[in-house]
Design a protein around this ligand. Sequence first.
Ligand code: SF4
Length: 192
Amino acid sequence: MVKRLRDYGLQSERLLWPTKGPSRFEEELGVEELEQALGLTTLEKAVRWAQTKSMWPDTFGLACCAIELMAIVSSRYDIARFGMEAFRSSPRQADLLIVSGRVSQKMAAPLRQIYDQMLEPKWVIAMGACASSGGMFNNYAILQGVDRIVAVDIYIPFCPPRPEALMEGIIRLHEAHHAGVPPAYERRQVAT
Ligand code: SF4
């Protein structure tokens, strides 16, 4: 049950009218509605909001999925509306790694190095079947899921995922961060 302001003991008019109970305002509004109505927030929430509106992806593509990744900067998909069109060529300026394609064993060490050099907080999206699980490449040469070497926040299915699927994954990541879900590497540290 939603707690209203009156349930917290608020009676804003009691100084002027001691016998009056909670006002209509306090009867009807809860804390969240009050926050929305007045635009109140906390510094933590404001920072999280700013971070979701300016995630900078690392310029990193591995295989066919990378072609779909490139499409999201086009005018049709327009990743700029999320403040994310600035793909960075240095991991030191990026906080989002979109692993788009199969990861060969040979590529695992460079990928991990890029991940280690990224800013914190940082997030990882495993784009497509190959990055998520090795996909059709069930063999010794391909890593059977990038989560063996980095903590993954969002998995996107399909082979290849369309740009819309990647956008969906990005929106889910934003929603999770906005709701206070810590990045996957923090959760993994807690779990181990
Ligand atoms: S999931 Fe499909 S499109 Fe993506 S890298 Fe693997 S084979 Fe290529």
